[in-house]
Design a protein around this ligand. Structure first.
Ligand SMILES: C[S@@+](CC[C@H](N)C(=O)[O-])C[C@H]1O[C@@H](n2cnc3c(N)ncnc32)[C@H](O)[C@@H]1O
Length: 284
């Protein structure tokens, strides 16, 4: 067992796979169904031929740079389990930090309704609902495929979130929110063809946001004032290259906007509230 893991790690490393050693361990766990302790106790055991075949098939897919999350089938993210497949973007660890920032923002403590725009696997909506079950959570996505996966993930976690298909906030006419969360597509179009091979498996609709990456964020910010309750907050994840410029842009449009760093110090989360007197006086 240990021998298979060591050889797999060497092959993954030689193929340029980042995190080769932890990927080899994760594949061994997925292919054997054995937890860490059982694997340690049985480290010297030879693999059953069928198990070896299953593991070799998983390894071949990872060597071809299929994302590890597809091979594992699901990930733990933001306190929930999320099934991952090509229908939606694989939720990233930095987006967990966006969830954390929004959950710890005092302005969201009394939010009654929360919206997640561009929900993908349902990550932010479900992570929020798990942490704040008393909140009504609504999510939108343009992609019917992503929404189908998000609904499966809601069922997997036993969480009640309302999902709507449509453009940004458009399907939510008539509702107001104490918090609008979004990780919109934000990569500049020029990044096409330059990203890690795994990222090619994410839907293009989830990745690219026009020439400077801000097309969707700008449209969302234009729609948001009508959908934010008084004192409501907009929290966005963007790229380190465009978040500070976007916060400055919002500041010139009647928002109080600030940019926050991720855990590696990149300035990429924008928090924005309407400047005094510019929000709707509606409870949400
Ligand atoms: C970067 S992914 C984020 C997915 C998920 N929120 C996450 O953090 O893992 C962006 C999502 O926005 C969706 N999207 C793209 N354009 C959209 C639009 N005009 N209206 C609503 N959703 C859109 C994509 O389908 C994709 O699911």
């Amino acid at each position: 067992m240990r021998e298979w893991q060591s050889r797999a790690a060497v092959r993954l490393e030689a193929a340029g796979v980042p995190s080769a050693h932890s990927d080899a361990e994760a594949l061994l766990e997925a292919g054997t169904g054995l937890g860490r302790t059982a694997r340690l106790l049985r480290a010297q055991e030879a693999l059953h031929p069928e198990t070896r075949q299953r593991l070799d098939a998983l390894l071949a897919r990872r060597l071809a740079r299929e994302p590890l999350q597809y091979l594992l089938g699901e990930v733990e993210w933001g306190g929930v389990r999320l099934r991952c497949d090509p229908r939606a973007l694989i939720p990233r660890p930095e987006t967990e930090w966006l969830l954390h920032l929004a959950l710890h923002d005092p302005a969201t403590a009394r939010a009654v309704q929360v919206a997640d725009i561009g929900t993908g696997t349902g990550a932010l909506a479900l992570g929020w609902k798990a942490a704040r079950p008393q909140t009504r959570v609504t999510a939108t996505d343009l992609s019917a495929d992503a929404l189908a996966l998000a609904r499966e993930n809601a069922a997997l976690n036993g969480l009640d979130v309302s999902f709507y298909q449509g453009d940004l906030l458009a399907p939510l006419t008539g509702q107001t929110f104490g918090l609008i969360l979004s990780n919109p597509p934000y990569l500049p179009d020029q990044d096409r063809g330059t990203l890690a091979p795994e990222v090619d498996h994410d839907p293009a609709l989830a990745l690219y946001g026009g020439p400077d990456g801000l097309t969707l964020a700008r449209r969302l910010a234009a729609q948001a004032p009508a959908r934010l309750a008084a004192g409501g907050v907009l929290w966005l994840e963007l790229d380190g290259r465009n978040a500070p410029a976007f916060a400055a842009e919002l500041a010139g449009q009647g928002w109080q906007a600030a940019v926050h760093a991720d855990l590696t110090g990149r300035q990429r989360f924008v928090r924005a509230v309407r400047a005094e007197g510019q929000g709707l006086k509606v409870k949400g």
